[in-house]
Design a protein around this ligand. Structure first.
Ligand code: HEM
Length: 712
């Protein structure tokens, strides 16, 4: 296992077996090796192994004659093709996955007996899949949406799936409301519009009628729902779970995973443009980062609550629309995971992986959160039809790395040849094998937590779930001013797409006004909706502002994998390029030279420089910063509409721009104001540190107001 493959400043050409990350291996990867297939140097055959002599022509009666039914080679090929597609996931249909490993920190025994969480010497193989919720498989990556964040841990005690999201709360409190919520969110049934977006009547109709959704909706209207890339998102288990130690003592926990890369978001205009210019932006970024050795890493942490403190909060721990503010319960780090290997085959791995919140191992258990309880049923149920029967645990990506034996038999796609006569228990024919394992402190059989349950059958919601507005208010109040403005802009944008006036009014007057009057008034003013003078009657909360809700609370450790565009033209002074390249390699950043065309560029000494791409096809929205090198070409640059737009757009999207030498003369004619994000220098060496710091801050937020006037 290697964690430190050398960074190169080059993305690999293909997902070839020789890519550096393909050397990263785990027990799961070795298991997959037994089914990985490489057809190099092999004959083309039918599925029955018959060598094929002609794969270009079907068998015909005469050279211009009709095709013969007898052509078993054609029939087999076409039949297989006809059935290549399987149903997509009902939600989270679009996704991207990668392999890696998890390693626990010391000292978790007090919390759990799960081996993979307590033995720091084990590197547990994992497979992670990230996925927006609403859109179908072919939808764009950068839509405004919550992102799924699902991890399968292939532990020695069985598979554990932590099927979370990139926001810590959900839209409904009880699973029986999930189909209603998803029907409202999905494209409208008559037009199948919009794809991948929530800016439409049925979504806002539902959420404005269901106040419990207010908290998740405000997260979805924040920058969290337009991540810059998947590597810079937090993840959350959402529900409260239980960890149980070897002595049988349980603690409530909420799972958090925090990216080493820091948190970052797109700006809304950029997100929308990317949907068209690079709909695969997120999956490409993850793939390329892994290919070039910038392995993304997250720390897994838990908020721990003693059993006896279950009722001590002003919200219910079982309510999935609530967070525990970190001021009340801090996050305790328990391990880290790294993604260091791309898949070999998207369908076989990313598409066929089947996560389920019900996949747990000894030392972990559920709580009675009514949303979680519903999920325990739903995932396997849907996978029965998505993956064609009950044997999908045998599909290589889903198979545990530890042994599994039981008396379940037959059914579609059975791959195991079970020996023996007795597929029942008790039996005396096969000596009763396989046998049960009693629960134990280590390597025991699974035992449910010994929770006392009593009550009458009742269809009702606990009164402790009834406060729907305090926490969305806490969230809004905890954001930085520019983040609050983005929330106002997002509600405005989305509601402006809602055709029915009464739905827009209900959302502003009855939901937003109950969260925060100022928020409601700003959105109301944009939409022409009056906001009544409510006197809001909030229960006093233990926490009025929570520091860890703003994305600013999670700066990145470095600028690995950040992309910088260098706009080159003929007559450029190419000496600076070498300095930039060396700096980028040292920082793990990616530097691309972009020219007006792919024809070679000549520098001021007539040397040829090969570009990495064209400015037209590699737009500024795909980069984190722009550099315009010095050269005797100011007029040519000024007259290049693509370059002008490039700079304007980068400026508008609050990106750092480096103007070297005479290129600072571009600012005035473009109508741009110099600021802390416009670095003007003769020598790149003098700005490289400033550029690094600006890249770490992600955006030049102080420019936001003035950038509104830039037409790009
Ligand atoms: C009662 C509430 C919910 C129900 C019934 C439900 C149901 C489903 C279903 C049927 C799928 C498709 C599974 C498949 O085809 O493999 C799915 C996917 C997913 N759900 Fe949920 N869900 C619920 C709530 C949640 C919540 C609260 C979260 C986050 C904490 C979540 C996270 C995910 C993720 C990440 C996926 C994609 C898994 C993958 O990558 O394959 N869901 N959900």
């Amino acid at each position: 296992m290697t964690d430190n493959v050398k960074l190169t400043n080059k993305t690999s050409d293909m997902a070839g077996a020789d890519a550096a990350n393909k050397a990263n291996t785990t027990q799961k990867s070795e298991q997959l090796d037994t089914v990985r297939e490489d057809a190099t140097n092999q004959a083309l055959t039918t599925n029955q192994g018959v060598k094929i002599a002609d794969n270009q022509n079907s068998l015909k009666a005469g050279i211009r004659g009709s095709t013969l039914l007898e052509d078993f080679i054609f029939r087999e090929k076409m039949t297989h093709f006809d059935h290549e597609r399987i149903p997509e996931r009902i939600v989270h249909a679009r996704g991207v996955g990668a392999h890696g490993y998890f390693q626990a920190y010391e000292g978790n025994e007090r919390l759990t007996k799960a081996g993979f969480l307590t033995d720091p010497s084990i590197q547990t193989p994992i497979f992670v899949r990230f996925s927006p919720v609403q859109g179908p498989r072919g939808s764009a990556d950068t839509v405004r949406d919550i992102r799924g964040f699902a991890i399968k841990f292939y532990t020695q005690e069985g598979n554990f799936d932590l099927v979370g999201n990139n926001v810590p709360v959900f839209f409904v409190q009880d699973g029986i409301k999930f189909p209603d919520f998803v029907h409202a969110l999905k494209p409208e049934p008559d037009t199948e519009i919009p794809t991948g977006a929530s800016a439409h009547d049925t979504f806002w109709d539902f959420v404005s009628l269901v106040p419990e959704s207010a908290h998740a909706v405000i997260w979805a209207m924040s920058d969290r729902a337009i991540p810059r890339n998947l590597r810079s998102m937090q993840g959350f288990g959402v529900h409260t779970f239980r960890l149980i130690n070897a002595a049988g003592k349980a603690h409530f926990v909420k799972f958090h995973w925090t990216p080493k890369q820091g948190l970052s978001a797109l700006v809304w205009d950029e997100a929308q443009k990317l949907c068209g210019k690079d709909p695969d932006f997120h999956r490409r970024d993850l793939y390329e980062a892994i290919e070039q050795g910038a392995y993304p890493e997250w720390e897994l942490g838990v908020q721990i609550v003693e059993e006896q403190d279950e009722m001590k909060f002003d919200f219910d721990l079982l309510d999935p629309t609530k967070i525990i503010p970190e001021e009340l319960v801090p996050v305790t780090p328990i391990g880290r995971f790294v993604l260091n290997r791309n898949v070999d085959n998207f369908f076989a791995e990313t598409e066929q992986v089947a996560f389920c919140p019900g996949h747990i191992v000894p030392g972990i258990d559920f709580t009675n959160d009514p949303l979680l309880q519903a999920r325990l049923f739903s995932y396997t149920d849907t996978q029965l039809s998505r993956l064609g029967g009950p044997n999908f645990h045998q599909i290589p990506i889903n198979k545990p790395v530890c042994p599994f034996h039981n008396n379940q038999r037959d059914a579609m796609h059975q791959h195991i040849v079970h020996k023996g006569q007795a597929s029942y228990q008790p039996n005396s024919i096969d000596q009763n094998w396989p046998v049960e394992t009693p629960p134990a402190a280590e390597n025991g059989g699974f035992e449910s937590y010994y929770e006392k349950v009593s009550g009458q059958k009742i269809r009702a919601r606990s009164e402790s779930f009834s406060d729907h507005f305090s926490q969305p208010r806490l969230y809004y109040k905890s954001l930085a001013p520019h983040e609050q403005k983005h929330v106002v802009d997002a509600y405005t944008f989305e509601l402006s797409k809602v055709k029915r006036k009464h739905i827009r009014e209900r959302q502003v007057q009855q939901i937003l006004a109950n969260i925060d009057l100022d928020l409601a008034r700003q959105v109301g003013a944009n939409l022409g909706i009056e906001v009544p003078d409510l006197s809001l009657d909030f229960k006093p909360q233990a926490v009025e502002k929570s520091a860890k809700l703003s994305m600013l609370a999670f700066p990145p450790a470095d600028i690995q994998g950040r992309k910088i565009a260098v706009l080159i033209h003929n007559m450029i002074q190419s000496e600076a390029l070498e300095t930039m390249r060396n700096w980028a390699i040292k920082e793990g950043a990616i530097l691309h030279l972009l020219a007006p065309s792919l024809a070679p560029v000549k520098d001021h000494k007539d040397n040829v420089i090969m570009a990495d791409g064209m400015q037209m096809s590699e737009p500024s929205i795909a980069y984190d910063a722009v550099i315009i090198p010095d050269g005797d070409n100011l007029n040519a640059v000024m007259q290049d509409g693509v370059t002008r737009h490039y700079v304007l757009e980068a400026y508008k999207h609050l990106k750092p721009i480096v103007f070297l030498g005479n290129k600072s003369d571009l600012l005035e004619p473009l109508g741009l104001v110099a600021d802390e994000g416009t670095l003007i220098e003769d020598d790149f060496k003098h700005v490289s540190e400033k550029l690094k710091n600006l890249l770490k801050a992600h955006r030049v937020w102080s420019r936001e107001q003035i950038a509104q006037h830039v037409p790009a």
